[in-house]
Design a binder for this molecule. Structure first.
Ligand code: ADP
Length: 394
Protein backbone atom coordinates (compact mmCIF):
# COMPACT_ATOMS: atom_id res chain seq x y z
CA UNK A 1 0.00 0.00 0.00
CA UNK A 2 1.33 3.47 -0.98
CA UNK A 3 1.03 6.19 1.64
CA UNK A 4 1.80 9.78 0.71
CA UNK A 5 2.97 11.79 3.72
CA UNK A 6 2.45 15.52 3.60
CA UNK A 7 4.01 17.94 6.06
CA UNK A 8 2.59 21.23 4.91
CA UNK A 9 4.00 24.33 6.59
CA UNK A 10 3.20 28.01 6.14
CA UNK A 11 5.46 28.34 3.07
CA UNK A 12 6.63 24.80 2.38
CA UNK A 13 5.39 21.30 1.65
CA UNK A 14 7.59 18.33 2.59
CA UNK A 15 6.47 15.00 1.16
CA UNK A 16 7.40 11.33 1.12
CA UNK A 17 5.82 8.38 -0.62
CA UNK A 18 6.25 5.27 1.53
CA UNK A 19 5.29 1.69 0.77
CA UNK A 20 3.74 0.01 3.80
CA UNK A 21 4.17 -2.29 5.59
CA UNK A 22 7.66 -2.69 4.04
CA UNK A 23 8.48 0.93 5.07
CA UNK A 24 10.31 1.36 1.73
CA UNK A 25 10.81 4.99 0.76
CA UNK A 26 9.69 5.42 -2.86
CA UNK A 27 10.34 9.14 -3.22
CA UNK A 28 10.72 12.26 -1.16
CA UNK A 29 10.95 15.98 -1.68
CA UNK A 30 10.22 19.49 -0.61
CA UNK A 31 8.66 22.61 -2.08
CA UNK A 32 10.04 25.69 -0.35
CA UNK A 33 9.35 29.43 -0.54
CA UNK A 34 5.71 29.01 -1.61
CA UNK A 35 4.33 32.47 -2.41
CA UNK A 36 7.58 33.52 -4.13
CA UNK A 37 8.66 33.84 -7.76
CA UNK A 38 11.68 31.67 -7.03
CA UNK A 39 10.09 28.82 -5.12
CA UNK A 40 12.28 25.72 -5.08
CA UNK A 41 11.17 22.14 -5.64
CA UNK A 42 13.41 19.24 -4.67
CA UNK A 43 12.47 15.71 -5.70
CA UNK A 44 14.29 12.45 -5.16
CA UNK A 45 13.67 8.82 -6.08
CA UNK A 46 16.09 5.88 -6.26
CA UNK A 47 16.73 6.81 -9.90
CA UNK A 48 16.33 10.59 -10.00
CA UNK A 49 17.34 13.64 -8.03
CA UNK A 50 16.31 17.06 -9.27
CA UNK A 51 15.85 20.66 -8.22
CA UNK A 52 13.61 23.14 -10.03
CA UNK A 53 12.95 26.82 -9.45
CA UNK A 54 9.49 28.07 -10.37
CA UNK A 55 6.88 30.64 -9.42
CA UNK A 56 4.57 28.87 -6.97
CA UNK A 57 1.87 31.15 -5.59
CA UNK A 58 0.10 28.85 -3.17
CA UNK A 59 -0.13 25.35 -1.68
CA UNK A 60 -2.43 24.17 -4.47
CA UNK A 61 0.16 25.02 -7.11
CA UNK A 62 2.86 23.46 -4.94
CA UNK A 63 0.99 20.17 -4.58
CA UNK A 64 0.13 20.24 -8.30
CA UNK A 65 3.87 20.37 -9.09
CA UNK A 66 4.45 17.42 -6.77
CA UNK A 67 1.61 15.42 -8.36
CA UNK A 68 2.95 16.18 -11.86
CA UNK A 69 6.34 14.80 -10.86
CA UNK A 70 4.85 11.71 -9.19
CA UNK A 71 2.98 10.99 -12.46
CA UNK A 72 5.80 11.97 -14.84
CA UNK A 73 6.37 9.15 -17.41
CA UNK A 74 10.15 9.33 -16.93
CA UNK A 75 10.81 10.58 -13.42
CA UNK A 76 7.54 9.59 -11.81
CA UNK A 77 6.76 6.68 -9.50
CA UNK A 78 3.01 6.14 -10.05
CA UNK A 79 0.74 5.91 -13.11
CA UNK A 80 -2.42 7.27 -11.53
CA UNK A 81 -3.23 9.26 -8.40
CA UNK A 82 -5.52 6.34 -7.46
CA UNK A 83 -2.39 4.36 -6.56
CA UNK A 84 -2.12 6.53 -3.44
CA UNK A 85 -4.42 4.82 -0.94
CA UNK A 86 -3.74 6.95 2.11
CA UNK A 87 -2.52 10.52 2.52
CA UNK A 88 -1.07 11.04 6.00
CA UNK A 89 -0.89 14.64 7.17
CA UNK A 90 1.25 16.10 9.92
CA UNK A 91 -0.90 18.45 11.98
CA UNK A 92 0.82 20.43 14.69
CA UNK A 93 -1.97 21.28 17.12
CA UNK A 94 -4.81 18.95 17.98
CA UNK A 95 -5.65 20.54 21.34
CA UNK A 96 -7.39 18.13 23.69
CA UNK A 97 -9.55 16.68 20.93
CA UNK A 98 -7.04 14.19 19.57
CA UNK A 99 -4.94 11.72 21.52
CA UNK A 100 -4.63 9.43 18.51
CA UNK A 101 -4.19 9.38 14.77
CA UNK A 102 -7.52 10.22 13.17
CA UNK A 103 -9.36 9.81 9.89
CA UNK A 104 -10.06 13.31 8.59
CA UNK A 105 -13.72 14.32 8.47
CA UNK A 106 -15.42 17.72 8.16
CA UNK A 107 -15.48 17.90 11.98
CA UNK A 108 -11.78 17.13 12.26
CA UNK A 109 -11.03 19.95 9.79
CA UNK A 110 -13.14 22.32 11.88
CA UNK A 111 -11.12 21.39 14.96
CA UNK A 112 -7.82 21.91 13.13
CA UNK A 113 -9.11 25.34 12.12
CA UNK A 114 -10.19 26.02 15.72
CA UNK A 115 -6.72 25.19 17.06
CA UNK A 116 -5.09 27.52 14.50
CA UNK A 117 -5.54 30.19 17.17
CA UNK A 118 -3.04 28.20 19.30
CA UNK A 119 -0.59 27.39 16.48
CA UNK A 120 -0.95 30.24 13.99
CA UNK A 121 2.36 29.45 12.25
CA UNK A 122 1.47 25.81 11.65
CA UNK A 123 -2.20 24.74 11.64
CA UNK A 124 -3.33 26.99 8.73
CA UNK A 125 -0.64 25.48 6.45
CA UNK A 126 -1.50 21.97 7.67
CA UNK A 127 -5.17 22.55 6.83
CA UNK A 128 -4.29 23.93 3.40
CA UNK A 129 -2.33 20.73 2.71
CA UNK A 130 -5.38 18.63 3.65
CA UNK A 131 -7.77 20.63 1.49
CA UNK A 132 -5.62 20.43 -1.64
CA UNK A 133 -4.77 16.74 -1.05
CA UNK A 134 -8.51 15.97 -0.88
CA UNK A 135 -8.87 17.61 -4.29
CA UNK A 136 -5.93 15.81 -5.92
CA UNK A 137 -6.44 12.41 -4.29
CA UNK A 138 -10.23 12.11 -4.00
CA UNK A 139 -10.20 8.33 -3.54
CA UNK A 140 -7.50 8.27 -0.87
CA UNK A 141 -8.25 8.16 2.84
CA UNK A 142 -6.92 11.31 4.50
CA UNK A 143 -5.43 10.80 7.94
CA UNK A 144 -4.16 13.35 10.46
CA UNK A 145 -1.29 12.65 12.87
CA UNK A 146 -1.05 15.33 15.56
CA UNK A 147 2.21 16.55 17.12
CA UNK A 148 0.31 17.08 20.36
CA UNK A 149 -1.18 13.55 20.55
CA UNK A 150 1.85 11.85 22.13
CA UNK A 151 1.75 14.32 25.01
CA UNK A 152 -1.87 13.66 25.97
CA UNK A 153 -0.48 11.26 28.61
CA UNK A 154 1.16 14.14 30.56
CA UNK A 155 -0.51 14.14 34.02
CA UNK A 156 -2.33 17.19 35.34
CA UNK A 157 0.41 18.05 37.83
CA UNK A 158 2.71 18.71 34.85
CA UNK A 159 0.29 20.03 32.28
CA UNK A 160 -1.56 22.64 34.35
CA UNK A 161 -0.20 26.14 34.76
CA UNK A 162 -0.56 27.77 38.19
CA UNK A 163 -3.18 30.22 36.98
CA UNK A 164 -6.89 30.34 37.88
CA UNK A 165 -8.61 27.01 37.21
CA UNK A 166 -11.28 28.43 34.93
CA UNK A 167 -8.62 29.25 32.32
CA UNK A 168 -7.72 25.57 32.22
CA UNK A 169 -11.25 24.23 32.43
CA UNK A 170 -13.02 26.70 30.16
CA UNK A 171 -10.29 28.04 27.89
CA UNK A 172 -8.00 25.02 27.58
CA UNK A 173 -4.90 26.92 28.72
CA UNK A 174 -2.45 24.12 29.58
CA UNK A 175 0.66 22.35 28.29
CA UNK A 176 -0.07 20.63 24.98
CA UNK A 177 3.46 19.80 23.85
CA UNK A 178 4.88 19.46 20.36
CA UNK A 179 7.28 17.36 18.23
CA UNK A 180 5.28 14.39 19.54
CA UNK A 181 5.73 12.26 16.42
CA UNK A 182 9.50 12.69 16.64
CA UNK A 183 9.72 11.97 20.39
CA UNK A 184 7.49 8.93 19.95
CA UNK A 185 9.49 7.59 16.98
CA UNK A 186 12.91 7.88 18.61
CA UNK A 187 11.79 6.68 22.03
CA UNK A 188 10.20 3.55 20.51
CA UNK A 189 13.45 2.91 18.62
CA UNK A 190 15.41 3.34 21.86
CA UNK A 191 13.14 0.98 23.82
CA UNK A 192 13.50 -1.64 21.06
CA UNK A 193 17.27 -1.16 20.93
CA UNK A 194 17.74 -1.34 24.69
CA UNK A 195 15.28 -4.22 25.05
CA UNK A 196 13.82 -2.69 28.21
CA UNK A 197 10.49 -3.82 29.72
CA UNK A 198 10.23 -0.68 31.83
CA UNK A 199 12.10 2.45 30.86
CA UNK A 200 12.90 6.03 31.86
CA UNK A 201 14.07 8.01 28.87
CA UNK A 202 14.77 11.65 28.06
CA UNK A 203 14.35 12.51 24.40
CA UNK A 204 16.00 15.73 23.19
CA UNK A 205 14.79 17.05 19.81
CA UNK A 206 17.10 19.83 18.62
CA UNK A 207 16.20 21.32 15.24
CA UNK A 208 15.04 24.82 14.41
CA UNK A 209 12.46 24.20 17.10
CA UNK A 210 13.81 22.41 20.19
CA UNK A 211 12.11 20.37 22.89
CA UNK A 212 12.81 17.77 25.53
CA UNK A 213 10.48 15.06 26.83
CA UNK A 214 10.49 12.79 29.87
CA UNK A 215 9.17 9.39 28.80
CA UNK A 216 8.26 6.59 31.21
CA UNK A 217 7.44 3.18 29.70
CA UNK A 218 6.92 4.78 26.29
CA UNK A 219 4.56 7.51 27.57
CA UNK A 220 5.28 11.23 27.68
CA UNK A 221 5.03 12.45 31.29
CA UNK A 222 6.54 15.92 30.91
CA UNK A 223 7.73 18.14 28.10
CA UNK A 224 9.37 21.53 27.64
CA UNK A 225 7.14 23.17 25.03
CA UNK A 226 3.84 24.25 26.50
CA UNK A 227 0.63 25.93 25.44
CA UNK A 228 2.44 27.11 22.30
CA UNK A 229 5.80 26.03 20.85
CA UNK A 230 7.65 28.83 22.68
CA UNK A 231 8.65 27.50 26.10
CA UNK A 232 11.71 25.64 27.32
CA UNK A 233 14.97 25.24 25.43
CA UNK A 234 16.81 27.97 23.53
CA UNK A 235 15.84 27.56 19.85
CA UNK A 236 17.00 28.97 16.51
CA UNK A 237 14.95 32.16 16.80
CA UNK A 238 12.75 31.53 19.89
CA UNK A 239 13.84 32.46 23.40
CA UNK A 240 12.43 29.46 25.25
CA UNK A 241 11.93 30.08 29.00
CA UNK A 242 11.90 33.72 30.03
CA UNK A 243 10.50 35.62 33.01
CA UNK A 244 7.09 36.88 31.82
CA UNK A 245 7.81 40.09 33.71
CA UNK A 246 10.08 40.99 30.78
CA UNK A 247 7.04 41.15 28.51
CA UNK A 248 5.29 43.72 30.72
CA UNK A 249 8.48 45.75 30.98
CA UNK A 250 8.85 45.79 27.18
CA UNK A 251 5.23 46.89 26.74
CA UNK A 252 4.79 49.20 29.74
CA UNK A 253 8.17 50.93 29.77
CA UNK A 254 9.98 50.38 26.48
CA UNK A 255 7.20 51.15 24.00
CA UNK A 256 6.79 47.71 22.41
CA UNK A 257 3.39 46.66 21.11
CA UNK A 258 2.24 43.12 21.94
CA UNK A 259 2.76 42.16 18.27
CA UNK A 260 6.33 43.46 18.45
CA UNK A 261 7.03 41.47 21.61
CA UNK A 262 5.67 38.35 19.94
CA UNK A 263 7.88 38.96 16.90
CA UNK A 264 10.88 39.64 19.15
CA UNK A 265 10.53 36.46 21.20
CA UNK A 266 9.49 34.21 18.31
CA UNK A 267 11.57 35.39 15.36
CA UNK A 268 14.45 37.48 16.67
CA UNK A 269 15.53 35.76 19.87
CA UNK A 270 17.13 32.40 20.67
CA UNK A 271 20.46 31.67 19.01
CA UNK A 272 19.77 34.39 16.41
CA UNK A 273 19.27 37.04 19.08
CA UNK A 274 22.39 35.94 20.94
CA UNK A 275 24.73 35.64 17.97
CA UNK A 276 23.24 37.10 14.77
CA UNK A 277 23.07 33.57 13.30
CA UNK A 278 20.31 31.00 13.61
CA UNK A 279 22.02 28.08 11.89
CA UNK A 280 24.09 26.19 14.41
CA UNK A 281 26.71 25.35 11.79
CA UNK A 282 27.50 29.07 11.40
CA UNK A 283 27.58 29.55 15.18
CA UNK A 284 29.96 26.62 15.65
CA UNK A 285 32.25 27.94 12.88
CA UNK A 286 32.28 31.41 14.49
CA UNK A 287 32.92 29.96 17.95
CA UNK A 288 35.84 28.06 16.49
CA UNK A 289 37.28 31.40 15.33
CA UNK A 290 36.92 32.79 18.85
CA UNK A 291 33.62 34.75 18.52
CA UNK A 292 32.72 35.28 22.20
CA UNK A 293 28.97 35.69 21.66
CA UNK A 294 28.87 32.40 19.80
CA UNK A 295 30.91 30.57 22.45
CA UNK A 296 28.60 31.86 25.19
CA UNK A 297 25.44 31.08 23.20
CA UNK A 298 26.54 27.44 22.73
CA UNK A 299 27.26 27.21 26.46
CA UNK A 300 23.88 28.77 27.35
CA UNK A 301 22.08 26.45 24.95
CA UNK A 302 23.67 23.33 26.50
CA UNK A 303 23.21 24.68 30.06
CA UNK A 304 19.45 25.03 29.51
CA UNK A 305 19.27 21.44 28.24
CA UNK A 306 21.28 20.21 31.26
CA UNK A 307 18.84 21.90 33.65
CA UNK A 308 15.90 20.18 31.96
CA UNK A 309 17.68 16.83 32.13
CA UNK A 310 18.18 17.35 35.87
CA UNK A 311 14.55 18.21 36.45
CA UNK A 312 13.32 15.23 34.43
CA UNK A 313 15.62 12.83 36.29
CA UNK A 314 13.96 14.14 39.45
CA UNK A 315 10.48 13.82 37.92
CA UNK A 316 11.13 10.19 36.86
CA UNK A 317 13.33 9.27 39.83
CA UNK A 318 15.80 7.65 37.47
CA UNK A 319 17.17 7.56 33.95
CA UNK A 320 18.02 4.72 31.56
CA UNK A 321 18.86 6.67 28.42
CA UNK A 322 18.98 10.06 26.80
CA UNK A 323 18.37 10.46 23.09
CA UNK A 324 19.67 13.21 20.83
CA UNK A 325 17.71 13.74 17.62
CA UNK A 326 16.83 16.17 14.76
CA UNK A 327 19.23 18.41 12.78
CA UNK A 328 21.34 19.60 15.71
CA UNK A 329 20.94 16.56 17.97
CA UNK A 330 21.97 14.19 15.18
CA UNK A 331 24.84 16.28 13.81
CA UNK A 332 26.35 18.55 16.42
CA UNK A 333 28.98 16.71 18.44
CA UNK A 334 29.75 20.09 20.05
CA UNK A 335 26.28 20.51 21.61
CA UNK A 336 26.16 16.84 22.65
CA UNK A 337 29.51 17.18 24.39
CA UNK A 338 28.56 20.41 26.16
CA UNK A 339 25.29 18.84 27.36
CA UNK A 340 26.90 15.61 28.64
CA UNK A 341 29.90 17.30 30.25
CA UNK A 342 30.06 17.13 34.07
CA UNK A 343 27.00 14.90 34.38
CA UNK A 344 28.73 12.00 36.17
CA UNK A 345 26.48 12.55 39.23
CA UNK A 346 23.65 11.25 37.03
CA UNK A 347 25.76 8.43 35.55
CA UNK A 348 25.97 10.12 32.15
CA UNK A 349 29.42 9.48 30.64
CA UNK A 350 30.08 10.41 27.01
CA UNK A 351 32.65 8.58 24.89
CA UNK A 352 34.30 11.50 23.10
CA UNK A 353 35.60 9.45 20.18
CA UNK A 354 32.21 7.80 19.56
CA UNK A 355 30.57 11.23 19.80
CA UNK A 356 32.67 12.42 16.85
CA UNK A 357 31.72 9.52 14.55
CA UNK A 358 29.34 10.49 11.75
CA UNK A 359 26.55 8.10 10.83
CA UNK A 360 22.97 8.14 9.64
CA UNK A 361 22.11 5.19 11.91
CA UNK A 362 21.11 4.76 15.53
CA UNK A 363 24.30 4.83 17.60
CA UNK A 364 25.40 4.62 21.21
CA UNK A 365 27.94 7.27 22.22
CA UNK A 366 28.39 6.56 25.94
CA UNK A 367 31.40 4.85 27.48
CA UNK A 368 31.18 1.15 28.33
CA UNK A 369 30.83 2.01 32.03
CA UNK A 370 28.25 4.80 31.69
CA UNK A 371 25.16 3.99 33.77
CA UNK A 372 22.98 5.91 31.36
CA UNK A 373 22.95 5.12 27.64
CA UNK A 374 23.48 8.11 25.37
CA UNK A 375 21.89 7.48 21.99
CA UNK A 376 21.86 9.42 18.74
CA UNK A 377 18.76 8.40 16.81
CA UNK A 378 17.86 9.99 13.45
CA UNK A 379 14.24 11.06 13.64
CA UNK A 380 11.81 10.17 10.89
CA UNK A 381 8.51 11.90 11.49
CA UNK A 382 7.24 10.94 8.03
CA UNK A 383 7.80 7.23 8.64
CA UNK A 384 6.10 7.50 12.04
CA UNK A 385 3.09 9.17 10.36
CA UNK A 386 3.02 6.39 7.72
CA UNK A 387 3.17 3.71 10.44
CA UNK A 388 0.37 5.29 12.43
CA UNK A 389 -1.84 5.88 9.36
CA UNK A 390 -1.27 2.29 8.23
CA UNK A 391 -2.12 0.92 11.69
CA UNK A 392 -5.30 3.01 11.84
CA UNK A 393 -6.65 1.65 8.57
CA UNK A 394 -5.45 -1.97 8.71
P1 ADP B 1 13.45 21.61 11.50
O1 ADP B 1 13.03 21.93 12.89
O2 ADP B 1 13.25 22.73 10.54
O3 ADP B 1 12.94 20.26 10.98
P2 ADP B 1 16.05 20.32 11.46
O4 ADP B 1 15.75 19.18 12.37
O5 ADP B 1 16.29 20.03 10.02
O6 ADP B 1 15.03 21.50 11.61
O7 ADP B 1 17.36 21.07 12.07
C1 ADP B 1 17.84 22.23 11.47
C2 ADP B 1 19.06 22.69 12.21
O8 ADP B 1 20.03 21.64 12.33
C3 ADP B 1 19.79 23.80 11.44
O9 ADP B 1 19.38 25.05 11.89
C4 ADP B 1 21.22 23.58 11.81
O10 ADP B 1 21.53 24.51 12.81
C5 ADP B 1 21.32 22.21 12.42
N1 ADP B 1 22.30 21.36 11.73
C6 ADP B 1 22.14 20.64 10.60
N2 ADP B 1 23.29 20.02 10.28
C7 ADP B 1 24.21 20.35 11.22
C8 ADP B 1 25.58 20.03 11.47
N3 ADP B 1 26.26 19.22 10.63
N4 ADP B 1 26.17 20.55 12.55
C9 ADP B 1 25.51 21.36 13.40
N5 ADP B 1 24.22 21.70 13.23
C10 ADP B 1 23.57 21.22 12.17
Amino acid sequence: MNILIINSGSSSIKFQLIEMPSEALICSGLVERIGNKDAVLNYKTNATSLQQTAEIDNHKQGLLKIVELLLDPEKGVIKSTNEIEIVGHRVVHGGNSFSNTTLITAEVKQDIQKYAALAPLHNPGNLQGILVAEEFFPLAKQVAVFDTAFHQSIPEKAKKYAIPNNLYEEQGIQVYGFHGTSHQYVSEKAIDYLGLKTSKIISIHLGNGCSITAIVDGKSIDHSLGFTPSNGLIMGTRSGDIDHGIIYHLVDNLGYSVAEVKDLLTNKSGMLGLTGYNDLRDIEAEAEKGNKNCILALTMNAYRIKKYIGSYVAAMNGLDAIIFTAGIGENSSVIRQLVCMDMDYFGIDLDKAKNELKSKNLREINTATSKVKILVIPTNEELEIAKQAFQLLN
